[in-house]
Design a protein around this ligand. Structure first.
Ligand code: SF4
Length: 281
């Protein structure tokens, strides 16, 4: 996407002469956020990408979050701290963002993604994007784990695919964009590795040497590479859409292991873990 092709707004020729593609994007973003109405389940105006992703883990967890509020856990707090440490961010003005991502060399910047799919107004914030000449080249999502990073779970895949779809629908040229979902045992990184982590991942993605970096991590990191397609993101949303528009009630987990790991298991009426505990007492 170039930084300043002319608009074809026939009703306002002066604006069409002056408005860049970036101006149009910011204007559309403003209109999108002004268009919110509490018309979805739980009176939500907008639906977070992370909520749709969570439906792939357990839809009742999303239901509990709205009914009971978010329950902080040590794992969640640690995950947030590690994200902040490995992918530090500083806020920048729009002009600086445009200048940064429009350069011919790879640059790193992230922005809020948004869009309407299947009648749902969806918003989210990806972890990291590598840009070149105004185009997203790599969309990167980090998931920390204490277990085996080689599994890619459906909720994680859905999340990055929906981010990619929204970026595409916002008007960016995503024809050469790839998705990298990084699963990492962050506790095994040294202090120096933490400080330079996102840069090393970005450079190795760009140079096609991510498998070498993975090999050096001795099993503590797996980078799941996915091709971006609009269809995959749309399919993930459409699979979960009925819950938000009141077409159906939430489904719940059929896995005792998921319920055991869930922070709502002591209060959730659908918890399999609690049921087992009660029946054995
Ligand atoms: S306890 Fe089980 S059924 Fe209830 S929200 Fe958690 S994962 Fe879902």
């Amino acid at each position: 996407m170039g930084s300043s092709p002319k608009s074809l707004d026939m009703e306002n020729p002066l604006r069409s002469r002056l408005e860049t593609s970036w101006d149009r994007l910011w204007r559309r973003e403003e209109e999108f956020f002004l268009s919110g109405k509490p018309e979805f389940r739980h009176n939500a105006d907008f639906i977070a990408v992370s909520s749709i992703a969570e439906q792939f883990y357990c839809e009742y967890k999303v239901e509990n979050e709205f009914a009971l509020g978010k329950i902080p856990t040590e794992a969640k707090n640690q995950g947030t701290d590690i994200h902040d440490e490995l992918i530090p961010r500083v806020p920048v003005e729009k002009e600086k963002f445009v200048k940064l991502v429009s350069g011919k060399q790879p640059s790193y910047a992230v922005l809020r993604v948004w869009g309407t799919v299947g009648g749902l107004r969806i918003v989210g914030m990806p972890d990291h994007i590598v840009w070149m000449a105004g185009r997203p080249k790599w969309l990167v999502e980090l998931k920390t784990t204490k277990g085996d990073p080689s599994f890619l779970w459906p909720d994680q895949e859905a999340q990055i695919r929906i981010y990619g779809l929204l970026l595409d629908l916002m008007g960016f040229d995503c024809s050469r964009m790839r998705l990298a979902l990084v699963r990492l045992r962050a506790g095994e990184l040294t202090e120096h590795e933490r400080r330079t982590w996102i840069e090393r991942v970005s450079v190795n993605l760009e140079s096609g040497k991510i498998r070498e970096l993975e090999a050096k991590s001795k099993g503590s990191m797996k980078v799941h590479l996915l091709a971006h397609t609009r269809a995959a993101g749309v399919a993930a949303i459409m699979e979960k859409r009925g819950y938000w528009i009141g077409e159906r009630e939430p489904t719940s987990s059929t896995s005792v292991g998921k319920c055991r790991a869930c922070e709502y298991n002591s209060v959730c009426p659908k918890s399999l873990y609690k049921s087992l505990g009660e029946s054995s007492s």
